[in-house]
Design a protein around this ligand. Structure first.
Ligand code: ADP
Ligand code: GLC
Length: 496
């Protein structure tokens, strides 16, 4: 007789259907790792317009009446099978809320959708209903795994029902709290007894992230260091006290990476492949392709000069202010080249564009989102720049390690847990894989990049560094086992 844990995995982004950052990657690869480890998994996400455009073989599982803001929506639940998924996906289809162009959270002008409170309350209510098999399809979750504020109400709603499944809530980023007003709270008819300091109330409004933390049976975040950091005022975004109270149920489980999608030996986005044991000519061909792509020189001088790559949401978190402050010195005192791709806040977009216009042979900038270019930057750059002021886990530094592109990072969150500085001691021990700095300022970033450039000039040291990173494994297997152990500890598995 087998014991299978039924996991309803809920996220607002799931690669390759919809992704704005690392949550999308995790929304794809963690459920797969759980499935391969024996769990019976369903992934549920909103039926955004972009998602509907990519799926075929849609089956209607049924309709659920879901309370929204002063209205009730007849929500359609769709089951789809997709070539990239080894299990069915469930889509919460509510046209008036999700059938819109562009980003899951933002209007085309970059402002939040004004009805986000309603959109993600309806999503959460639908998930709660699905978890208890309200459609009668004979699939009842043992565990609901909710992610980030967009599903923060799920644990709270589950607690309202008798015999509901246990709920794990994962925090991917404390900077996004899902904060809404008392007016929204009332319009959504959320339970009045939640409105307390110990409940969802947050500075006169309410926080969906807080709801997740308070009401989940277990709370996880995506690296051990970030789990400690968020219990302090500096990283807790006003919720450090709540997290300290919840400490007994808070766990830091490091994300893995999808080692099939991110493998320089087989990467579908690259035309030249390479591996830890055979890095050339593949690595150099990618550098050439990347420089070409930005119309930069590819003569011997350019090919020998260090190329720093960056792929990032252009937001405060990612340390763009430091990068902009460090560039003038690095351009005048070193021969480094830079290729930076990303989008986000306009001050960073225009700051980077200005540099690219002034130094076209030294800086290439692409403002926008381009999955294939992200892979080429990981493969073609010599070093990866990721000076985030905080980083819950960070996937890009793990991709860059795998692609033989040592990362330059600030010592925080998941960066501190994955990157080991190339100081002489670590080099001697053979464990160095990148460059880590401990003071968050432009001067220290400059010193660290100059240190990386000096190391790059010493081929034996540099190759050793590359090899160490490329041979590391960041697979999901280990973390998936940690999640499964948590699920089992919290849920009462049924024998089937
Ligand atoms: P975060 O989730 O905070 O953005 P992560 O490092 O965890 O940071 O994940 C970022 C993910 O988003 C990576 O897969 C990265 O390649 C991708 N990404 C970010 N910006 C872009 C972009 N402009 N184009 C393509 N991919 C991007
Ligand atoms: C968030 C974090 C990032 C993390 C990702 C996936 O977007 O900013 O550090 O890697 O979620 O967990």
């Amino acid at each position: 007789m087998s014991v299978t844990t039924r996991v309803l995995f809920a996220a607002s982004e799931v690669y390759p259907l919809v992704k704005t950052g690392g949550l999308g990657d995790v929304g794809y690869s963690l459920p797969h790792a759980l499935y391969r480890a024996g769990a019976d998994v369903r992934v549920v996400l909103p039926a955004y317009r972009t998602v509907l455009a990519q799926v075929e073989n849609i089956r209607i599982l049924g309709w659920i009446d879901v309370r929204g803001a002063k209205r009730t929506h007849s929500v359609r639940i769709l089951e789809v099978h997709h070539a990239e998924f080894e299990f069915p996906l469930w889509l919460v289809d509510c046209q008036v809320l999700f059938d819109r162009p562009g980003n899951p959270y933002l209007q085309p002008d970059g402002q939040d959708w004004i009805d986000n409170a309603e959109r993600f309350t309806v999503f959460a209510r639908a998930i709660t209903e699905l978890a208890r098999d309200v459609l009668g399809i004979n699939w009842r979750a043992d565990v609901v795994h909710a992610n980030d504020w967009q599903t923060g109400l799920v644990p709270a709603l589950l607690k309202e029902q008798p015999h509901s499944p246990k709920c794990i809530f994962t925090i991917h980023n404390m900077a996004y709290g899902g904060h809404f007003s008392m007016v929204d709270f009332n319009r959504l008819a959320l339970p009045r007894h939640w409105w307390t300091h110990e409940g969802v109330e947050f500075y006169g409004g309410f926080s969906m992230l807080k709801a997740g933390i308070v009401y989940a049976d277990e709370v996880t975040t995506v690296s051990p260091t970030y789990a400690r950091e968020i219990c302090t005022p500096e990283f807790g975004y006003g919720l450090h006290g709540v997290l300290q109270v919840a400490r007994h149920k808070l766990h830091g489980i490091l994300n893995g990476i999808d080692e099939e999608v991110w493998d320089p030996a087989t990467d579908v986005y690259l035309s030249a492949h390479y591996s830890a044991n055979r890095r050339q000519p593949g690595k150099a061909l990618n550098k050439q392709a990347l420089l070409n792509r930005f119309g930069m020189d590819t003569d011997d001088t350019a090919m020998q000069a260090p190329l720093l790559g960056m792929v990032s949401r252009l937001v405060e978190q990612k340390g763009l202010d430091l990068v902009l402050a460090a560039l003038p010195h690095l351009l005048s005192h070193t021969d480094a080249r830079f290729i930076i791709i990303g989008n986000g806040e306009s001050k960073y977009e225009s700051g980077l564009r200005d540099f690219a216009v002034e130094y076209p042979d030294r800086i290439g900038v692409f403002i926008g989102y381009d999955e294939s270019l992200a892979h080429l930057v990981e493969a073609g750059a010599d070093m990866f720049l990721m000076p985030s002021r905080f980083e819950p886990c960070g996937l890009n530094q793990m991709y860059s390690l795998r692609y033989g592109t040592p990362p330059v990072v600030y010592r925080t969150g998941g960066l501190a847990d994955t990157v080991i500085d190339a100081n002489s001691e670590h080099q001697l021990q053979g464990i160095a894989n990148g460059f880590v700095f401990g003071e968050f300022d432009a001067a220290t970033l400059i010193d660290t990049i100059e240190r990386a450039i000096a190391c790059y000039a010493q081929p034996r040291l540099w190759q050793a560094l590359l090899r160490t990173g490329m041979k590391q494994t960041f697979s999901w297997e280990h973390s998936a086992q940690s999640y499964l152990a948590l699920y089992r500890a919290t849920s009462n598995n049924r024998e089937r």
